[in-house]
Design a protein around this ligand. Structure first.
Ligand SMILES: Cc1cc2nc3c(=O)[nH]c(=O)nc-3n(C[C@H](O)[C@H](O)[C@H](O)COP(=O)(O)OP(=O)(O)OC[C@H]3O[C@@H](n4cnc5c(N)ncnc54)[C@H](O)[C@@H]3O)c2cc1C
Length: 486
């Protein structure tokens, strides 16, 4: 019998696995796919490596989550490169260079928005100090939102004066803060919407100020290119996990989770494993397909409600190309029409491998991942599928070609929510966590500890939400909590 079975090797799951193995627990990690890492995984075609979804690294700076995690696991940080330019943001009439260093970014603001620059800088300063208050609390890894007396007590213990100063902003949106500063510039608001939709899945009106503050300051704490892609980090964690005695089984999909005296986890290989705890790293809306009815009945998360929770899907284009890039920026966001929604190809992120990265592409070539947000539910009509796919790809590539020549394309592949559902086992291909629905949405996030004893959740559909950094943090919160159970 195992102490803990971890289902999935996304950033959340692999973090829990490695930390529990380090603490001496007998663990088994089961991964349905061929590759580790889920949305932050990779795949290879011809001589190129492609990042399936996530491309931009965060949290590798001193004191950042990954630096802390690697320290905790006695590992060295895999090769990462701090980005001077986080990304170029291309509008039809101009390009904004988004710098990592605060002072350099404020200079760019003065150049791009001379009329509003004072107000915009004050807005960013407010975002930075709010994020500071929130992150110094979140990095203490509290169980949030608190659902039991124990959690409430823990939150009180971990909260400090800095956090209290953030409470007036708790139920405000980013739009409200912009109003406060009198900022109305259409291009700046489109810039913010592009950044926010990419990190917290929504735009200024529906984005809680605290969440937005973290999203708008995180790159200024540290933005990184990871050699070999973000999957390299997952692989390093998996390797450490195995070194520490953890068991990892690939291509073994969990098809049922039930409880008798202990938890019983059955896989598609007709194996049933027993454990005291189960950690589910798939998305919460995907758990119902494998959770036994008796558990579902006592589960505080309701199936019908959960399945209807709005989330985005991803439409991706992967290309292996000749290195025709005349720019030193590795990441390029395109916003085609500022007045239209930041999805379905109107906003997309193009990430290229670094010219020196031989794990990603041969000399003189680059690997590219392009991604845009899409409604995941519009991809399941078989008859319309190919047409939709081709129309969206053509639209995106037209805009890419206008900026970059890309003369020789050696490989080109397309991913849709159907592809993500297949390879990351997320129902309907919903990715990136749930879409916040307003300033109060922080209250409706799920806590990693469920109300069912011994059943835990980690990944981007539970607190603290989307992104490799947040998922690793949720995995760490789960490992801490399991270690506290007698
Ligand atoms: C297109 C795109 C771009 C992104 N860009 C960035 C970025 O630049 N930077 C960033 O930090 N984040 C980015 N993100 C977000 C980030 O990738 C995700 O939030 C994060 O990787 C999700 O991790 P997770 O822990 O939720 O697990 P997931 O990635 O969902 O992985 C879960 C794993 O569990 C496995 N699994 C599920 N069910 C079962 C089962 N029944 N049995 C066995 N195994 C199972 C899956 O196969 C999968 O490997 C992006 C996401 C997408 C989709």
């Amino acid at each position: 019998m195992y102490d803990v079975i971890i289902v999935g090797t996304g950033f959340g799951g692999i973090t829990t696995s490695a930390l529990l193995a380090k603490k001496g627990y007998r663990t088994l990690t089961l991964e349905a796919a061929n590759e580790l890492g889920g949305c932050a995984g990779k795949f290879e075609r011809q001589s190129f490596r492609f990042q399936a979804g996530a491309t931009l690294g965060m949290g590798f700076e001193e004191g950042g989550i990954f630096s802390q995690l690697f320290h905790e696991l006695d590992m060295s940080v895999p090769p990462v490169h701090s980005l001077h330019t986080v990304m170029d943001v291309h509008f039809s009439e101009r390009t904004i260079r988004y710098y990592q260093q605060k002072e350099r970014w404020f200079e760019e603001i003065a150049l791009q928005f001379p009329k509003d620059s004072g107000a915009i800088v004050r807005f960013f300063e407010e975002m930075f100090s709010l994020a500071d208050a929130l992150l110094s609390f979140i990095y203490k890894r509290p169980m949030i939102p608190p659902k039991t007396m124990k959690h409430i007590f823990e939150v009180i213990q971990k909260a400090d004066r800095k956090l209290l100063s953030a409470t007036p902003f708790l139920f405000q949106s980013i739009a409200k803060r912009l109003q406060h500063y009198g900022i109305r510039d259409e291009t700046f608001i489109a810039f913010l919407n592009g950044q926010l939709v990419d990190s917290v899945q929504t735009t200024i009106e529906h984005c809680p100020a605290l969440l937005g503050a973290v999203a708008l300051s995180i790159f200024h704490r540290g933005a990184f290119y990871v050699e070999g892609g973000l999957a390299t980090v997952v692989h390093a964690l998996a390797q450490r996990y195995k070194q520490l005695g953890g068991e990892l089984r690939m291509r073994e999909k969990v098809i049922s989770i039930r409880k008798e005296r202990h938890w019983l986890v059955t896989t598609n290989r007709k194996q049933t494993y027993e454990a005291k705890h189960v950690v589910f790293n798939g998305s919460v809306h995907s758990i119902f397909a494998i959770l036994d009815d008796s558990i579902k009945r006592s589960f505080s998360i309701r199936e019908e409600k959960e399945k209807k929770r709005p989330a985005w899907g991803a439409f991706t284009i992967y290309m292996g190309v000749d290195d025709d890039f005349q720019t030193d920026s590795l990441y390029h966001q395109f916003i085609i029409d500022k007045t239209k929604p930041m999805s379905e190809g109107n906003q997309f992120l193009l990430s290229t491998s670094a010219p020196f990265d031989r794990q990603m592409a041969p000399l003189g070539k680059r690997s590219i991942t392009i991604s845009t947000h899409t409604d995941p539910l519009r991809w399941w009509d078989r008859d319309a599928y190919d047409k939709k796919k081709n129309v969206l790809a053509k639209h995106i590539l037209k805009h890419v070609h206008e900026t970059f020549p890309l003369t020789n394309i050696h490989v080109q592949l397309i991913g849709t929510p159907v592809t993500f559902a297949r390879f990351t086992h997320r129902a309907f291909g919903k990715v990136g966590g749930y879409i916040p629905n307003g300033p109060f949405s922080l209250l409706s996030t799920h806590t990693p500890q469920t109300n069912v004893e011994g059943l835990w959740l980690c990944g981007d559909t539970v607190f603290p939400g989307a992104g490799s950094l947040s998922c690793a943090l949720s995995g760490w919160i789960v490992a801490d909590a399991i270690a506290m159970v007698k």
